[in-house]
Ligand binder design. Structure first.
Ligand SMILES: NC(=O)c1ccc[n+]([C@@H]2O[C@H](COP(=O)([O-])OP(=O)(O)OC[C@H]3O[C@@H](n4cnc5c(N)ncnc54)[C@H](O)[C@@H]3O)[C@@H](O)[C@H]2O)c1
Length: 331
């Protein structure tokens, strides 16, 4: 499916788990984000890297804010090689630290002059234990990255967006109603719910300013090397009575290769599409499958990702993540 252009520019990495990116296949246009500058927190890995590469493909400039210096520098190299030089900038950032976020803003403004899009995406995915088996400091860390990190970034970047009457703020949330314990326990979900609440409050606060705020739930995005995954905690057990709800999304988690997972490059496509429709999504949350549906983009495989499996957040989920659907998400 790769176009001649993307084949010519296919860039490989020994550090990052990437495939060539081509969003023309899913109906997106090169230059659709030309002139926009985005900050992607946690942009050196998986979902965030997919977002950053997709935004750059669509003509935007990207600032990658991540703790991981090696992956961050490589992400900058890859994106600049895939696009024009000076498309991407990596700034080593611990999103929980105010001085780091201020430094991130200073470097972003120095390099690109403004920031139009803030993608709050960083998370430590190991903070995923249940309440009784987790320490209070795990909960503090979950809030620090999710709630505190999101708020620090909002405070640095949103005032400029309001001044210019132009901006998009988004957050990689979760549909945690269905998360099995191995994917996201309560400590993870508590941080996500807090950050989602901040996002929805912000949506109200910036109403009619030209700044649009929504949450996107990635749901099954990854190209994981299972041999490199950390083992589950020693005392981890699936509850004996745990059953996947009947109407849970049917990703194909059959081994080998987890073929039903959504490639990060496709996740990036959904993010670019959602940014382009931010006004319609303002004050709402959307699951990634629904963005694919709206795009008529049969990723990753039409056979196991059909329209009937794609759905919007249910009332129950909305209550739990404090999101409400916006007035519409139309093509
Ligand atoms: N993968 C999915 O299907 C899925 C599903 C639901 C939600 N999400 C959300 O999407 C986001 C990305 O998920 P992922 O699967 O790519 O995770 P990941 O672990 O691959 O990437 C997270 C990135 O955040 C960075 N990070 C961690 N702590 C940080 C900090 N304090 N400051 C700056 N950067 C920090 C990490 O270095 C890493 O690069 C997370 O917020 C996650 O909760 C993902």
């Amino acid at each position: 499916m790769a176009t001649e252009t993307s084949t010519e520019k296919a860039v490989t990495s020994t550090i990052l788990n990437i495939e060539p990116i081509d969003l023309e296949y899913c109906g997106l246009k090169k230059d659709s984000l030309k002139g926009e500058v985005a900050v992607v927190t946690g942009g050196a890995s998986n979902v965030g890297l997919g977002y950053a590469r997709a935004i750059a493909w669509a003509g935007g400039k990207v600032v990658i804010a991540d703790l991981n210096e090696v992956a961050g520098a490589e992400a900058e190299r890859v994106i600049n090689a895939e696009n024009e030089p000076d498309t991407a900038l990596f700034v080593k950032t611990d999103i929980t630290k105010e001085e780091d976020v201020k430094n991130l803003a200073a470097k972003a403004f120095e390099k690109f002059g403004k920031v139009d899009i803030l993608i709050n995406n960083a998370m430590n995915m190991r903070l995923n234990g249940p309440v009784l088996k987790s320490s209070v400091s795990d909960l503090d860390s979950s809030y620090a990255i999710s709630a505190r990190g999101v708020m620090l970034a909002i405070k640095e970047f949103v005032p400029g967006m309001i001044e210019r009457g132009h901006g998009v703020v988004t957050y990689s949330t979760t549909q945690f109603h269905y998360c099995p314990p191995m994917v996201g326990g309560t400590i993870y979900c508590a941080g996500k719910a807090a950050a989602t609440s901040i996002m929805m409050s912000l949506a109200n606060e910036v109403k009619d300013t030209g700044v649009y705020v929504f949450c996107l739930t990635p749901a099954g995005v990854g190209r994981f090397d299972f041999s490199k995954m950390p083992p589950p905690p020693k005392d981890f057990e699936m509850p004996k009575d745990f059953k996947m709800p009947k109407d849970a999304p049917k990703f194909d988690f059959g081994m080998p290769g987890f073929k039903g997972m959504i490639p990060p490059e496709a996740g990036g496509a959904a993010m670019v599409y959602s940014i382009l429709h931010a006004e319609e999504l303002h004050g709402s949350g959307i699951i990634i499958n629904d963005a694919f549906n709206a795009m008529d983009y049969p990723y990753p495989n039409p056979a196991n990702l059909t329209k009937t499996e794609s759905r919007r957040l249910t009332d129950m989920e909305l209550t739990m993540v404090f999101c409400t659907m916006g007035p519409g998400f139309k093509k």
